[in-house]
Design a protein around this ligand. Sequence first.
Ligand code: ASP
Length: 231
Amino acid sequence: MIVAKFGGTSMADAKQYRKVAEIVRADPERRVIVVSAPGKRFSGDNKVTDLLYTLYMHLQYGVPYDDIWNMISGRYAEIAEDLGITGVKSELDALKAELSKQMDQNYLISRGEFFSAKLLSEYIGFTFLDAKDLIRFSYDGTVDEEETEKRIRSSCDPFGSYVVPGFYGSYSNGDICLFSRGGSDITGAYLTGCLEASLYENWTDVPGVLTADPRIVSGPKTVEQITYAEL
Ligand code: ASP
């Protein structure tokens, strides 16, 4: 089994979702897919996670938030419409109805990955598994590895195919806890380790590690193999 993680730029719009589906289908061993929230589509664009943080601040300060909400929900609606899938409209509407100053910050931020995974699971026909039921945090903010391993192993059938939102898990009382920014990579690593997958692939929107920044140097070479320390 291969665990494949796709970052924000790989989930940014419907075109990227199509690419992800193509990559997943190219190898039947790719059966556990971990995703980030939609990232930037072009320079100057917003990452959904950043918009969710801004939305949270709007709620805290009692500032009107309709515009920012429409930007967030619009990203998912656009992807669903373009892919011709039902999407997450009813869940987004339910979240909108719950928005208030009392809304839990971690819960709100985690919806970026949650909706992204929901859309992909519908699109590629893999089972959605909520990270809150897999990744268990202790109250000091570290991962309870024993409990996480137990949960991951009991939730994943070795022959099943799953999409899992990255970046968050939960405490034993069910409250959501986040990894630090960029943390979906860690979700993928836990799934890989706990399921003893043969490979962990961390996909991004560039063709590999290059010898120079291609925006500055033209035609840099791709590094075929690199150790962790060298990277
Ligand atoms: N969406 C989160 C972030 O922007 C986590 C991630 O992408 O890994 O940091």
